[in-house]
Structures are given as structure tokens and as C-alpha cells.
Design a protein around this ligand. Structure first.
Ligand code: NDP
Length: 277
């Protein structure tokens, strides 16, 4: 058998990453001869380590915090998704050796929402919390689902306004601070802030949740995040964490590299059954 094709995820820190386990399950399921490692890469070594990885035969990379923006400069070309999101999470090496940066995060979220969770976004009122890299990455794919309105709310409201104005051509979208949301009700609330990382929930005013509201936290941890806990306590119909998005964005990267679409359901079930997720 030929030597396995090499892939990896790079980030800093990286030890916590579940990507190696997910990609190994996909490879086993679809019988692909590949290995996938996690490599800790410090910011000042990013360009050199990406070049080394591919020079030594590497076939593809996933990229996570804090390199999602900086890694774009390491690639000869970028996909439309990266041009819009301003961030990349996947590098694909063409047979010619040319590197292309792509971003599968938004596709992963949309697939989890619409396919796994069967949530309807079209004609609904959507609230996106946060205006950082993750929010920017999921914005265009969410707008493609044609919500009635999408409001971006951020602690620093200026950033929300700026992000919204960059996307007005793609749908009905506006920026806001958290306090100004009082009394406005939403059907879907997506938390793309880093608040959950700090064990906090964004300071949402009363009234944003109605009886049918679905909440989704891009972050995932144990049984609940502060945000999903807050959501259920305040009457949300459903509250989900981003494990499904993680598995779906991984599947999209796997497809870009291997041309084979893995079945994500058993992989998601295996990860969800692990006590530490
Ligand atoms: P950034 O650092 O780029 O952005 C951080 C955002 O969070 C900013 O909008 C910031 O607001 C806001 N924020 C930070 N702390 C708080 C707080 N305590 N209360 C309210 N708002 C806060 O981070 P990313 O966009 O890269 O990541 C955001 C989250 O998305 C992370 O939790 C990450 O794990 C998750 N993620 C999950 C993925 C998945 O596959 N499930 C994929 C990608 C990301 P301000 O501008 O005011 O500072």
C-alpha cells in the first residue's frame, strides 16, 4: 500500500482540537488512505511551517485560531467564500502544487441548521451575536437562506454596524448594540461571540426570545454553554451547541481534499456520546 496522504490542523493552542478524531472517523468510513495530525504553530512561524508542510508532501490543512486571517497570505489563490469572509479554515493543494485558501465554517453551520436540526431560516427573523471572524464567516451563508431580516448585535456596536454595511448587497441586514434589541423578538439567535469561551453569555435584553425561538451557540462544551443555559431558562424552544457545525465544516473540508462526502450522522453521534465534548 502507498504511504498515506498527509493532512493536519494547525492552530495555537491545538491540543484540544477534535479535528484529528473527526477526520480519522471520516477516513475510516470512506476508506481513504490518509493521516491527519494536529500541529501547534506559533504566529511568527506560520508562513514557514505552512510552506514546510506542503514542501514535504502534505496534501491539505485545516486552520484554526489564531491563524484564520493570516494564513490567507500563505496561499496563491482564495475561494469566493474566503474573499467574502476575510478568513480561511482550509487549504487545498492542487496537483500543480498551488495552494488555495477556502472557508467551510459557514457551510458547516448552514448544513447543521438546515439538514441535521431541520431549522427553517427562510422568511424568519435572525439575530447574529458577535462581529468577529466567526460572525463574518457565517454571515453570507446565512443570508443565502433568505431570512426576513438579519440583525447583527455586538458589544462594540460600531463593529456590528460596519459588518452589516459590508453585507447589505446580500440581504436585509443591519447592525445593533445589545441594549437596542429590547422588545424585538427573533426566531433564530446564533451566538458567534467568544463570550462562551469565558464562561459568559452575551447581555441580551428581555423580549428577544419568543416561545418558538431556536438558539444556537457556535461554541460547544460539556452539557451546555452559558448561552444555551440562559436560552432555555428564558423560554427558548431549542438550544444547540456547535458540535454539529464542527463536524459539518470538517466534512466539507474532507470533500474538498478527497472528492468524497462522508456520512456525518454516525460521526456526530460518536462525538456527542463522549463525556468530554
Ligand atoms: P473573535 O475574537 O474574532 O471575535 C470575538 C467576538 O466576541 C467579538 O464580536 C467580541 O465583541 C465578542 N465578545 C467577546 N467576549 C464577549 C463577551 N464577554 N460578551 C459579549 N461579546 C463578547 O472570535 P471568533 O469570531 O473567531 O470566535 C467566536 C466563537 O465562535 C468562539 O467561541 C469560537 O470557538 C466559535 N467558533 C466555532 C466554530 C465551530 O465549528 N463550531 C467555528 C468557528 C468559531 P467585541 O467586538 O465587542 O469585542
Amino acid at each position: 500500500m502507498p504511504a498515506p496522504d498527509r493532512y493536519a490542523v494547525i492552530g495555537h493552542p491545538i491540543a484540544h482540537s477534535r479535528s484529528p478524531q473527526i477526520q480519522a472517523l471520516f477516513a475510516h468510513q470512506t476508506q481513504q488512505n490518509m493521516i491527519y495530525d494536529a500541529i501547534d504553530v506559533a504566529a511568527e512561524k506560520l508562513a514557514a511551517q505552512v510552506a514546510d508542510f506542503f514542501a514535504s508532501g502534505g496534501r491539505g490543512l485545516n486552520v484554526t485560531v489564531p491563524h484564520k486571517e493570516a494564513v490567507i497570505a500563505c496561499c496563491a489563490s482564495v475561494s469566493a467564500r474566503v474573499r467574502i469572509a476575510g478568513a480561511a479554515n482550509t487549504i487545498v493543494r492542487a496537483p500543480t502544487g498551488e495552494l488555495t485558501a477556502d472557508n467551510t465554517d459557514g457551510a458547516g453551520l448552514v448544513r447543521d441548521l438546515t439538514h441535521n436540526l431541520r431549522i427553517v431560516v427562510q422568511a424568519r427573523r435572525v439575530l447574529l451575536l458577535g462581529a468577529g471572524g466567526a460572525a463574518r464567516g457565517v454571515l453570507a451563508p446565512l443570508l443565502e437562506l433568505m431570512p426576513r431580516e438579519l440583525v447583527i448585535a455586538n458589544r462594540n456596536a460600531e463593529r456590528a454596524h460596519a459588518l452589516a454595511s459590508a453585507f447589505t448587497a446580500l440581504g436585509t441586514v443591519r447592525g445593533s448594540g445589545f441594549a437596542q434589541l429590547a422588545g424585538t423578538h427573533f426566531d433564530l439567535i446564533v451566538n458567534a461571540t467568544a463570550a462562551s469561551l469565558q464562561g459568559e453569555a452575551p447581555p441580551l435584553p428581555p423580549g428577544v426570545l419568543g416561545a418558538g425561538t431556536v438558539c444556537y451557540d457556535l461554541f460547544y462544551a460539556g452539557d451546555a454553554t452559558r448561552f444555551t443555559h440562559w436560552a432555555l431558562e428564558h423560554g427558548a424552544a431549542q438550544a444547540h451547541m456547535g458540535l454539529g457545525m464542527l463536524v459539518e465544516q470538517a466534512a466539507e473540508s474532507f470533500y474538498l481534499w478527497r472528492g468524497v462526502r462522508p456520512d456525518t450522522a454516525p460521526v456526530l453521534a460518536a462525538l456527542a456520546a463522549q463525556p468530554s465534548h
